[in-house]
Design a binder for this molecule. Structure first.
Ligand code: 6CS
Ligand code: FE
Length: 303
């Protein structure tokens, strides 16, 4: 059972509701003494939009990361961390890549990521989830509109909005290869969704999400208030993306793949409790419950 108050109830009935956000977006707005700290301007962009795009951060590591992704695809073929597309055997997502790759483990501790994350979340952090989303050319399928936090709250027991995803483009992300779409500023309200969560919902939702996806009548007015933006950039671009930002992505019917490497960081002051949806916690590769603070490297990863 869960005796933590549910500040963000969702999937508790048949009605969808807009609720206020009760948590800050940025927990430590002033730059830290770290040379990797974000500027005031960058922090205020993230606070306002819920997303911050930093070009030319990991460009030199991209060839090695692509090679590593290919190696993992081959060596992990039938592992439970691998999820295929809903209508084919094409790989859609590979979870927990840092557990199988020293390079990816090192990047998850790179101070260019971890110092800004600690600044934004105002505390030590741990990795709650990590994945490579593959989006292969011609076959990669869409992700519908959703807030990550809604799933993490209901299915994983994340109590407050004090987490973010840092992700690296492993291919150029352009308007045609199924890039991420966001509704800038939408992270400041919470959509309590309709429905009820079954214990093994994740087995379906990671292929094709249906619960935690707001209805058109809720989305339409939000789209009038918040502009839809595509997140584009060259391979190596780093993106910070707030946990409650509404986002999704279309099918990739182009001839170009669009892979991204993602790390979800949660504050150690926001430890998971029993899932608010009453379901049993999801497996470790979706919801790491070992909240030991991550130790950042002193200097950026170089090959
Ligand atoms: O299940 C998760 O943790 C994440 N994946 C999907 C497809 N939706 C919710 C959340 O972003
Ligand atoms: Fe998401």
């Amino acid at each position: 059972m869960n005796d933590t108050t549910d500040l963000y109830p969702s999937r508790v009935g048949s009605e969808e509701k807009l609720l206020p956000r009760l948590d800050p977006v940025v927990y430590r707005p002033t730059p830290t003494s770290s040379p990797f700290s974000l500027t005031k301007q960058q922090v205020s962009t993230y606070e306002r939009d819920g997303v911050l795009i930093l070009p030319d951060y990991f460009n030199e590591l991209v060839p090695a990361l692509r090679k590593e992704t290919e190696n993992l695809k081959n060596s992990l073929q039938d592992a439970e961390e691998m999820y295929t597309e809903p209508d084919s055997d094409e790989l859609r997502t590979l979870f927990k890549p840092f557990a199988f790759s020293e390079l990816i483990d090192a990047i998850s501790r790179d101070p260019r990521i971890v110092e800004p994350v600690r600044q934004l979340l105002g505390s030590d952090v741990y990795i709650m989830q990590s994945r490579i989303n593959i989006k292969p050319a011609l076959k990669g399928q869409a992700f519908p509109w959703h807030s990550d936090f809604e799933t993490w709250h209901v299915e994983d027991g994340m109590p407050r909005m004090r987490a973010l995803t840092a992700w690296i483009m492993l291919d150029e992300n352009h308007p045609y290869n199924g890039p991420l779409y966001v509704l800038k500023g939408s992270h400041k309200r919470y959509i309590s969704c309709a429905g009820k969560t079954a214990d093994d919902n994740y087995k379906r939702s990671l292929k094709r999400q249906s619960l935690g996806v707001p209805q058109p009548q809720t989305l339409k007015p939000l789209m009038a208030d918040h502009s839809l933006s595509g997140i584009y950039g060259k391979a190596g671009t780093l993106v910070f993306h707030e946990c409650n930002l509404l986002h999704g992505s279309p099918d990739n019917i182009s001839g170009d793949p669009r892979s991204i490497l993602m790390f979800v960081y949660n504050s150690v002051d926001n430890r998971p409790v029993h899932p608010f949806g009453g379901v049993k916690p999801r497996p470790h590769y979706l919801n790491n419950r070992d909240t030991l603070p991550l130790r950042p490297l002193h200097s950026p990863v170089r090959l």
